[in-house]
Design a protein around this ligand. Structure first.
Ligand code: CO
Length: 133
């Protein structure tokens, strides 16, 4: 396993890029709207991993709700797994609370599923299975 990305909730990607890209020097290599999650995302590689900037595309986006409650900041950690279905089954067998029982399609066509913070001791965790070419 490895860290695929760190998800950061922002009010606006362009404003956040003023820090992450312009000041810090990371490069925004991919921007995409994920309709299913009502977010626009920007991906900035850093080593083997990425910073994922998230911007809500509507008032009922999960990111809108997060921003209202907590303000901008770290939203989730995403761990890359080989077989997301197997990982979900294992976690379920161990009594962990899944937000997604079945994988959904995330940014860049990856399969993703979220694990509830009540099971991870406070961290919203995303599992990611990359689509291999
Ligand atoms: Co993510």
């Amino acid at each position: 396993m490895k860290i695929n990305h760190l998800g950061i909730a922002t009010k606006g990607i362009d404003e956040a890029l003023e820090f992450w890209q312009d000041a810090l020097g990371l490069e925004n290599v991919h921007t995409e709207t994920v309709e299913d999650q009502k977010v626009r995302v920007a991906m900035l590689p850093i080593g083997e991993s990425r910073i994922e900037l998230l911007e809500p595309t509507s008032d009922d986006s999960p990111i809108s709700k997060f921003l209202e409650k907590r303000g901008p900041g770290i939203h989730h950690i995403a761990i890359e797994v080989e077989d997301i279905e197997a990982s979900l089954n294992t976690l379920k067998e161990k009594g962990m609370r899944l937000i997604d029982e079945k994988p959904r399609t995330g940014a860049e066509g990856c399969l993703v599923a979220f694990i509830h913070p009540s099971s991870t001791k406070g961290v919203l965790l995303e599992l990611v299975q990359s689509v291999k070419a």
